[in-house]
Design a protein around this ligand. Structure first.
Ligand SMILES: *Cc1c(COP(=O)(O)O)cnc(C)c1O
Length: 228
């Protein structure tokens, strides 16, 4: 049951926070609904979730429309965004988690009616297949965004490497936190960079221990449904 899965995850969040003396209120559960239909997503909303994420523009727009009787939901786009789709989505979402190029940022600047909360995606693990800015390029990239008034860099986002050990994953998350702290110290007006979007079903507990403030959880919320 979805409601039971949610309860368990909320308990896990509390346990991980307790382990490192963090306040669970600092951690926002973003429910990734990409693998389920709108009815299942609504079940989750009724159970108390108020942040939903999709990784594709068309799917997010569809779900948002299907769930328009829940206007308080915050919508997160977590997947990579093609420039030609920016105009369709940019005024429909509350957060964008995968900003990784200046050209994309410029398109957002052109199309957004108000400032958009963005996470810059960082490829901490350095895997070739991964999206994201390399850690070396992060500060110059952030500086290049300074004149784009519609972009507010609220934080950094990363994905842990696949099939990595807990230690390796922890290291990736820890590095993202160090980068976040470094950026925060710069006190860039357009990049307060207080947040860390990291951790998915397999590794959100590690992510919380390493400082995550937004965790993006899909499979673990819908487990039994998928096994049926
Ligand atoms: C699918 C997805 C998630 C959620 O993954 P689960 O393993 O299902 O929890 C999180 N972040 C991104 C970017 C995704 O694409």
């Amino acid at each position: 049951m979805i409601a039971d899965n949610l309860l368990k995850i909320e308990q896990d969040i509390q346990d991980s926070c307790a382990l490192v003396h963090r306040n669970p209120k600092e951690v926002t559960l973003v429910a990734v609904t990409k693998s389920v239909d709108s009815d299942k997503a609504e079940e989750l909303i009724k159970a108390g979730v108020n942040n939903c994420a999709e990784n594709r523009v068309d799917k997010l727009l569809q779900k948002k429309q299907d769930l328009q009787n829940h206007p308080d939901i915050k919508w997160h786009l977590i997947g990579n965004l093609q420039r030609r789709k920016v105009k369709l989505i940019v005024n429909e979402i509350d957060y964008f988690h995968a900003l990784d190029s200046l050209r994309l940022a410029e398109e957002i600047q052109k199309r957004a009616e108000k400032q958009l909360a963005c996470f810059v995606e960082v490829n901490v693990s350095g895997e070739e297949s991964k999206q994201g800015i390399s850690p070396d390029e992060l500060l110059p990239f952030l500086e290049s965004l300074a004149s784009l008034t519609k972009i507010k860099v609220v934080g950094l986002m990363t994905m842990a490497p696949k099939d990595a050990s807990a230690d390796q994953i922890r290291k990736v998350f820890g590095t993202l936190k160090e980068l976040r702290d470094l950026v925060q110290k710069k006190e860039l007006p357009h990049a307060p960079c207080t947040e860390l979007s990291m951790g998915m079903s397999q590794d959100f507990q590690l992510a919380i221990e390493e400082g995550a403030t937004f965790i993006r959880v899909g499979t673990a919320l819908f487990k039994d449904e998928e096994e049926q």
